[in-house]
Write a protein that binds this ligand. Structure first.
Ligand SMILES: [Zn+2]
Length: 165
């Protein structure tokens, strides 16, 4: 039987996708080859994290001076950003992340992909799009399902993306 947990898939030599549970069994040792380099990390499939898994991750990134570019971050990841700024790393960048909208009237739920430079900006905690959106299922409006003051706070620490040289 396949062991559940954290699965790291290389989609190309500079990009990985992490899915599943990032806990004490998550093995990031394969990332040492990316020391001093830039690594794109897709976190869309991460369902749960714990403090041991996050600690492993941060140590691997900082020790190897890996510049990470995070994309498709799920809400469990965004919650970590505000609690543990080191998660993004010293020179890391967040490209995109999900935030949930919810219609209290009909129960419709929608995960919006916030893209930096389009919906939000590095260094700015206020999103560029409205946090109440018309519900596609009923005449009411959907509300943002997170506390925006907390959820977007990490954007203050994200520096504008450096131009690739
Ligand atoms: Zn609705």
């Amino acid at each position: 039987m396949a062991k559940k947990g954290c699965v790291i898939t290389w989609s190309n030599p500079q990009a990985i996708t992490i899915t599943g549970v990032v806990d004490e069994y998550a093995d990031f040792s394969g990332l040492v080859s990316m020391a001093q380099k830039t690594l794109a990390v897709d976190l869309g499939g991460v369902t749960r994290v714990n403090s041991s898994g996050i600690r492993n991750w941060i140590q691997t990134i900082l020790r190897n001076k890996i510049q990470i570019v995070l994309s498709n971050c799920s809400p469990v990841i965004v919650d970590q950003f505000s609690m543990i700024p080191e998660f993004i790393g010293k020179s890391g960048y967040v490209e995109s992340f999900y935030g949930n909208f919810h219609c209290a009237s009909c129960g419709y739920e929608y995960a919006h992909l916030f893209v930096l430079g389009r919906d939000v900006q590095a260094g700015h905690v206020r999103p560029l799009i409205a946090l109440t959106q018309p519900c596609p299922r009923c005449p009411e409006t959907m509300d943002f399902d997170h506390n925006p003051d907390v959820y977007f706070a990490f954007l203050k620490m994200v520096k504008p993306r450096q131009q690739a040289s």
